[in-house]
Design a protein around this ligand. Structure first.
Ligand SMILES: [Mg+2]
Length: 92
């Protein structure tokens, strides 16, 4: 399944409700899920589930704004990977 298809499937099932809840609600859920991912990585358990939760909520927020982040991710991170590697060189 491509990203655009995943966005459409999430939109079909959730975006109407998400619009009623609003972006700040989804942002609070994202914050909670990032905390869960933090714990998952720290204790090396449920990492796949928590990464899925973070991606799902992030894509739900993208849908609220009609955004498909695929091209921006390609442009920003994959077009010139060395740019990112140099930016984070002190961490690598
Ligand atoms: Mg979770």
């Amino acid at each position: 399944m491509e990203l655009k298809d995943l966005l459409k499937e999430i939109e079909r099932n959730f975006t109407e409700n998400d619009k009623r809840m609003g972006p700040l609600f989804l942002l609070s859920v994202l914050s909670e899920e990032v905390g869960e991912l933090n714990r998952a990585i720290r204790y090396y358990e449920n990492i796949e589930e928590e990464i899925s939760d973070v991606i799902f909520i992030t894509l739900s927020i993208a849908n609220l704004y009609g955004i498909n982040p695929e091209n921006k991710i390609k442009e920003k991170y994959l077009k010139d990977p060395n740019k990112i590697k140099n930016k984070w060189k002190d961490i690598y």
